[in-house]
Design a protein around this ligand. Structure first.
Ligand code: FAD
Ligand code: DHB
Length: 390
């Protein structure tokens, strides 16, 4: 089997890349280890930056998004029992969309398959060969048989645990990493959101986030200890804890049946460079941010936008400049998002190892962000997304 661009992973990075390439007349094959139903149902991100939404629209994948997403012009920062609005529209002229990753993935899969795109599900990639040759290849399994996909380039969009990054010799990569002393318990609840905009809440009991999936479905997150057992959290305990953390006079949290729950570790990670020979890394395969600030999916889309432009330039004119600068261009945005995600995470969570002085400083920092036009503008600019450098 042969294609131009072999893509490993049908998450947002792999799917957006195959869609952008198809628009440029460049063929690709996407190998995905899981089933279509699994990738379409995996609960994850919920917020699309202004530029991510525009990119999806421009690539022809924005039709349902524009009908069903919710436009959000701000968020609430809640701490010390009071709410403070960060008005994105006023501070930056931009907004974000609430549109779940599951929906983005569904839309892209439908679009690619309808156009005759090659997405192979339940087809795990097992090995990448010939990385330094003009004909790299990916070995994969499907229906109990071994296959080989040869290509001009291989893009590993296979997430943090994929084989792409692991195929690069350790001495050719530099990595940076931080683990946080907390995790998120995320729940989806069949109850209308108790708020019009997202609430990022700091309380002495820990961080809580009120998000949503639609006007009928709430999505909520609680800071919990790393490795917390989701089964130790009954519905009653979850709603009680959320009530305590979000407490604000005159405001009430509506509860309802919890339909899904899981625990996510919090990690920051970057691998540099994002290219080795003819193998390119994109999205979570190259970098992870803690989810506070909603950057992971948006960064994955930004990477492949840069990569699709570079590949298109190469295929149309033989010019390798875009491919040669891909890693440096993508990493500039990656590190900005690393800092913002770290900033939001440390601003809002309770660090069990912090001393009293650090905790008091944290409140002073929250107060500054909530009351300074300059600080709020910086938060709003990063949250809604900086322009894409190509
Ligand atoms: P993935 O989505 O991980 O896709 C990689 C794909 O590769 C997977 O489908 C996997 O099955 C496949 N794969 C792996 N190995 C192989 C193999 N060997 N062969 C074939 N296929 C393989 N981001 C935001 O922007 N906003 C948010 O609000 C947000 N909230 C989040 C909340 C939670 C609870 C979590 C967990 C994450 C959140 N994120 C958020 C992060 C976001 O979900 C990820 O950054 C995003 O999924 C990255 O996309 P990706 O395509 O790079 O990787
Ligand atoms: C969601 C997740 C986030 O990490 C975030 O910062 C905002 C919203 C969500 O899943 O809805």
């Amino acid at each position: 089997m042969r294609t131009s661009v072999a893509i490993i992973g049908a998450g947002p990075a792999g799917l957006v890349l195959s869609q952008l390439l198809a628009r440029q007349g460049i063929d690709s094959v996407v190998l995905e280890s899981r089933s279509r139903a699994h990738v379409e149902q995996r609960q994850r991100a919920g917020i699309l930056e202004h530029g991510t939404a525009q990119l999806l629209r421009d690539s022809g994948a924005g039709h349902r998004m524009d009908q069903e997403s919710l436009v959000h012009n701000g968020i609430e920062l809640r701490f010390a029992g009071e709410g403070h609005r960060i008005d994105f529209a006023e501070l930056t002229g931009r907004s974000v969309l609430v549109y779940a990753q599951t929906e983005v993935v569904r839309d892209l899969i439908e679009l690619r398959l309808a156009a005759g795109g090659q997405l192979l599900f339940e087809a795990p990639a097992t090995e990448i060969t010939g990385i330094h040759s003009a004909e790299p290849a990916v070995r994969f399994r499907q229906d109990g048989a071994e296959h080989v996909l040869t290509a001009d380039v291989v893009v590993a969009a296979d997430g943090y645990h994929g084989i792409g990054r692991a195929s690069i010799p350790a001495d050719a990569l530099r990595t940076w990493e931080r683990d946080y002393p907390f995790a998120w318990l995320g729940v989806t609840a069949a109850v209308p959101p108790s708020t019009e905009e997202l609430i990022y809440c700091h309380s002495p009991r820990g961080f809580a986030l009120h998000s949503m999936r639609s006007l009928e479905t709430s999505r909520l997150y609680l800071q919990v200890p790393p490795g917390a057992d989701p089964s130790a959290w009954s519905d009653e305990r979850i709603w009680h804890e959320l009530d305590l953390r979000f407490a604000k006079s005159g405001w009430k949290l509506d509860s309802g049946p919890i339909v899904e729950q899981s625990v996510t570790p919090m990690r920051s990670f970057v691998a540099e460079p994002m290219r080795h020979g003819q193998l390119f890394l994109a999205g979570d395969a190259a970098h992870i941010v803690p989810p506070t600030g909603a950057k992971g999916l948006n960064l994955a889309v930004a990477d492949v936008t840069v990569l699709a432009d570079a590949l298109s330039r190469w295929y149309t004119s033989g010019d390798t400049a875009g491919l040669d600068s891909y890693s440096a261009t993508a990493l500039r945005r990656v590190w900005r998002a690393q800092h913002f995600s770290y900033f939001m995470t440390t601003l809002l969570h309770v660090d069990p190892t912090a001393d009293d002085y650090a905790r008091r400083l944290q409140l002073a920092h929250l107060d500054y962000v909530a009351s300074s036009h300059a600080a709020a503008t910086s938060l709003a600019e990063n949250y809604t997304g900086l322009p894409l450098a190509r």
